[in-house]
Design a protein around this ligand. Structure first.
Ligand code: SF4
Length: 549
């Protein structure tokens, strides 16, 4: 098939904060140095920001470095008055911690909507002359004849039917060629998986590990006392996850009587019957939260994973012709529950390296590795290294968690063992016995939603007549070993109700997929105990349409 080819100096794959900051920084640096440089950003979402979801408390450190005039440029900030409160929740009560650990202090930070923030960064990138292409999914990395140097990315074909045949609107994907390709696809990117497996960027590293966050933006009545509470940022631990499952809740005040509410669940959980979405509903029904959101209405819902492994799970950051940034490279600081600032800074450091490499016309890994050197000399290293064992300590059970955290606190992150071991999230499930706990009742479709209403409020849509983007290599395994051992955990850990157990006309069990509901969170590929789910990019433009989360 003849494919169109477009050539750029630098191609950024994914329009999250890391790549948008990288593209902006690169263009500005090039202008300062009197250099012309052709830069492109591709994004699988229909518009920039539509797949971006986060808490989100923004530490503006990287933003100030990138765009010192961000306030004059109307950066979309929801709240600047951040006052923290941390609560330990029991099933029916709460205890406010008298002391907020220093790493959880948020003075000087902002509450933002990541989808709005990315849309704003995208518009600045365009003003600077970056070619921004939303609706284009990178589906395959391209290599030179040696098979070792990345030379760009192929975008997905459009107009292919369920059987894999071209439809009347067929458009072949385009080969986007670049001297340097920057992979910033977010957590568990499908291209970084492919490049990583081929070029060994994860070899010898600890496995990348993740958490799944389910989040809503809720409009609450103007008379709600929370709008005048002495705190604007709430973090919780304890109920509903307990102390043996990593994770916790958050609630942030936003503009216009809105709050950002979410629950994060560590994907190293062991209970095969656990359902993160049901835990989220239980969290919402806890009296502390129910009082704050009472009388409210959910405006938008979404789900996303976050790369929570930190320093010891960073992959090799450069190969010939490519670098890896942001959550794709595990840059989130799980101790501070923040990753936007580190993602942005990683993109900016990559941009500085890339400009020098492109100027010298030498993009070998040995040259691009200067990005790692810059990173190790930057404040990212300081943050991530101090938190290098934090996530592992959080994964400890019961009080052992607090002992490990305390030891790290007094030893600058070292703790009793350094490095603490990290295990693959897919390996943690214990066999499921009996039935899952009864689901949360009294869902009203306004404030308390079932999964499908949540999917509707995420704006998720896909072209129906296209090949299923969720690849199950062994469908038989789903109804035999996976059901017998774990009671089909995909039907619970997926927040989009994509997986359902069904029966064939012959009465045999089968796994039914509803790929159109997919929120692109990647939980299934991470948590499937048999690694029998491979998430691939659906047709560009499909997926959630986040605008305020
Ligand atoms: Fe997330 Fe996978 Fe479900 Fe899609 S199918 S919503 S990626 S868990």
């Amino acid at each position: 098939m003849q494919r169109e080819q477009l050539e750029f100096d630098v191609l950024f794959v994914g329009a999250g904060p890391a790549n948008l900051a990288g593209a902006i920084h690169l263009k500005k640096l090039a202008q300062q140095n009197g250099r012309e440089i052709e830069v492109a950003v591709i994004e699988k979402a229909e518009s920039i920001g539509a797949h971006s979801l986060s808490g989100a408390v923004l530490d503006p450190r990287a933003l100030r470095e990138l765009l010192p005039d961000f306030r004059e440029r109307d950066c979309p900030i929801e709240e600047t008055d951040l006052r923290d409160a941390v609560f330990y929740l029991t099933a029916g009560g709460q205890f406010r911690l008298p002391y907020v650990p220093p790493y959880m202090h948020n003075e000087g930070c902002f509450i933002i909507s990541l989808s709005k923030f990315c849309a704003w960064l995208g518009s600045i990138a365009e003003e600077l002359g970056v070619n921004v292409f939303p609706g284009f999914a990178g589906v395959e990395a391209l290599y030179d004849e040696s098979g070792r140097r990345v030379i760009g990315v192929r975008t997905g074909d459009k107009g292919i039917n369920k059987e894999g045949k071209p439809k009347s609107n067929f458009e072949p994907g385009v080969d986007l060629l670049a001297k340097v390709t920057v992979f910033g696809e977010g957590p568990k990117g499908s291209l970084i998986r492919e490049v990583g497996n081929k070029l060994g960027i994860f070899t010898g590293r600890m496995p990348q590990v993740f958490e799944t966050a389910i989040k809503e933006v809720i409009e609450i009545p103007a008379s709600n006392p929370f709008l005048n509470a002495p705190f604007t940022v709430v973090h919780t631990f304890g109920y509903p996850l307990g102390l043996n499952t990593r994770g916790g809740g958050f609630l942030y005040r936003m503009k216009a009587n809105r709050v950002s509410l979410g629950l994060v669940v560590g994907l190293d959980y062991e209970d095969a019957l656990l359902e993160p979405y049901q835990e989220f509903l239980r969290f919402k029904k806890h009296p502390l939260i129910a009082d704050i959101i009472g009388g409210g209405k959910v405006l938008q819902q979404g789900a996303k994973t976050l790369a929570a492994g930190g320093w010891y799970t960073l992959p090799q950051l450069a190969v010939d012709g490519a670098v890896f940034v942001g959550d794709s490279a595990s840059m989130l600081n799980v101790q501070r529950l923040k990753g936007i600032h580190t993602a942005m800074k990683s993109g900016m450091l990559a941009a500085e390296t890339i400009l020098a490499a492109v100027t010298k016309d030498d993009v070998r890994a040995s040259v691009l590795d200067d990005y790692r050197v810059r990173l190790e000399g930057s404040w990212i290293q300081g943050e991530l290294y101090a938190a290098r064992n934090f996530g592992q300590a959080l994964s400890r059970k019961g009080v052992a968690k607090f002992i490990a955290l305390g030891a790290q606190f007094v030893s600058g992150g070292r703790g009793f063992v350094d490095p603490m071991k990290i295990s693959d999230d897919a390996d943690s499930l214990k066999p499921g016995r009996g039935a899952p706990p009864p689901p949360v009742q009294d869902l009203d479709g306004q404030l308390y939603l079932d999964k499908l209403t949540g999917v509707y409020l995420s704006g998720t849509k896909h072209e129906e007549d296209q090949p299923c983007h969720l690849v199950i290599p062994d469908a038989n395994l789903c109804v035999t070993r996976c059901w017998e051992t774990f009671r089909s955990p995909c039907t619970r850990f997926c927040p989009g109700q994509v997986y359902e157990m069904d029966t064939t006309d012959e009465g045999l069990p089968r796994l039914k997929l509803n790929p159109s509901n997919c929120l692109h969170c990647k939980t299934c590929e991470i948590k499937d105990p048999f690694k029998n789910i491979i998430w691939t990019c659906p047709e560009g433009g499909g997926g959630p349409k986040y605008s305020i989360v």
